[in-house]
Design a protein around this ligand. Sequence first.
Ligand SMILES: Nc1nc(=O)c2c([nH]1)NC[C@@H]1CN(c3ccc(C(=O)N[C@@H](CCC(=O)O)C(=O)O)cc3)C=[N+]21
Length: 283
Amino acid sequence: MSAQIIYGKQISDSIREELIQEVEQLKQQGVTPGLVVILVGEDAASQVYVRNKAKACEQLGYHSEVIRVPAETTQQELLALIGKYNEQQNIHGILVQLPLPKHIEEKAIIDAISVEKDVDGFHPVSVGNLMIGDDALLPCTPSGVIELLKRTGNSPAGKHAVVIGRSNIVGKPVAMLLLRENATVTICHSRTPNIAEIARQADILVVGVGVPKLVKKEWVKPGAVVIDVGVNRLPDGKLCGDVDYDDVLDVAGWITPVPGGVGPMTITMLMANTLKSAKQARR
Ligand SMILES: Nc1nc(=O)c2c([nH]1)NC[C@@H]1CN(c3ccc(C(=O)N[C@@H](CCC(=O)O)C(=O)O)cc3)C=[N+]21
């Protein structure tokens, strides 16, 4: 028996169809969702990703701006740019592509983005709202993971979810969302002893650590849902996840491929957040 493959690209396409309907309604009320993506420096991986976001905006009929500034841009200059877009009425989402050059303090930048326009969900107030369970702009990759689970009939309620990784952008928020969906959640990380043994207790295993092919079949309970958030660029240029896909395929019940799994969902949830922000800006 081989696992059922979770085609994130397909699910992502059908969510985009739903969003297009809503965008049309909003446009009839005179509002076009607007997103600005700010890219500091010329990181090659970021270039591809920024291009994909601009494409998604075009497909959905959003107003989009991509601002490229040189790697030497000062923190003060970047803060001024954010200040400008915070004020700008036609912009509902501001995304500053991470990582930033070392001379810029990431926290200062994230803190400066207006919470209403924080479509990444990285601002401390957004994080707090997520934790409390209040309405918030949710971080894109974690909310994409939840959508993948729900739309394949794998609702987290009552399941044991094991999250491997504790980053602020994946592990911690995905664990909090799974908890909100009534899963029982265990978080493992680099200092967890017997990690394979704990992973093997998961009904839902979510992995986001940035270690290529870390998760082997011995880590997976037969029939479990395996969600691979890893995006690792191998020396040959190919993308690979944190899960050893070929090894795990026969034991898992469900599995996301890389590419074509979580990645496309991240961009689609960014579009959903921008739409949500635009709707809220009407009032
Ligand atoms: N402020 C900020 N917000 C982010 O959300 C953010 C960021 N900075 N910095 C970089 C990471 C990375 N990330 C990805 C999103 C989509 C794909 C994606 O669509 N991947 C495709 C493949 C793309 C390819 O072939 O290269 C897939 O998995 O199928 C990948 C990576 C968002 N990030």
